[in-house]
Design a protein around this ligand. Structure first.
Ligand SMILES: CC(C)(COP(=O)(O)OP(=O)(O)OC[C@H]1O[C@@H](n2cnc3c(N)ncnc32)[C@H](O)[C@@H]1OP(=O)(O)O)[C@@H](O)C(=O)NCCC(=O)NCCS
Length: 158
């Protein structure tokens, strides 16, 4: 049985850190990520590494921003190594991440079929157009009326 876990980048053991560099190298060559991704991800203040049976296979970079006056949570740059794509790994990890929040947001480049499929299957809905550094794309939004009680601070639980 495969185990999917997540870990802060800074907590990786040396052998895992080495494998993670390979994941970053592959990410840097992806059509939808910038060629500087390797450097960019290493500089991001928070980067969550996704492990399959303790070996790094991907990452996402959580962040938040204001959206119509409310705080919206994003997965930032996200990537799964090509040989592990399509196995439901990112969906499982992001489901757990986004389920804590009422408002979730993602910018997706036009034509990024895999990313559109991922976020649509998580319940995101296409919103207004936004071009980013010259690349056409759209915002995708998921807004829920309430989050599960166990994710609320103790004093707000019933
Ligand atoms: C986008 C990406 C992160 C998705 O990760 P993943 O682990 O392969 O996705 P999952 O296997 O969890 O799939 C999630 C959903 O997307 C669908 N999906 C995944 N790959 C797909 C593909 N190639 N074509 C169509 N749908 C696809 C799955 O069917 C699933 O939907 P479902 O549950 O309704 O069946 C991964 O493909 C990737 O790293 N792509 C390159 C980098 C990128 O584009 N990142 C996003 C921009 S930052």
């Amino acid at each position: 049985m495969d185990t999917i876990t997540t870990q802060e980048r800074d907590q990786l053991k040396p052998a895992q850190a080495k494998l993670f560099r390979e994941v970053l190298k592959e990410a840097a060559q992806d059509r939808y990520l910038s060629p500087d991704e390797e450097v960019a991800v290493l500089k991001k203040p928070r980067c969550v590494v996704i492990l399959l049976n303790n070996a790094p296979v991907g990452f996402y970079c959580p962040k938040s921003q204001l959206w119509n006056g409310k705080r919206a949570y994003r997965a930032g740059t996200c990537f799964i190594s090509s040989k592990h794509q399509g196995q439901g790994i990112m969906k499982r990890v992001l489901q757990e991440y986004f389920d804590r929040y009422q408002l979730a947001l993602s910018w997706i480049e036009e034509g990024n079929v895999k990313s559109i499929a991922l976020f649509t299957s998580l319940g995101f809905v296409k919103n207004k157009r936004k071009d980013y550094e010259g690349y056409p794309g759209h915002w995708y939004v998921r807004e829920r009326l309430a989050v599960s009680a166990e994710n609320l601070p103790v004093y707000l639980r019933w």
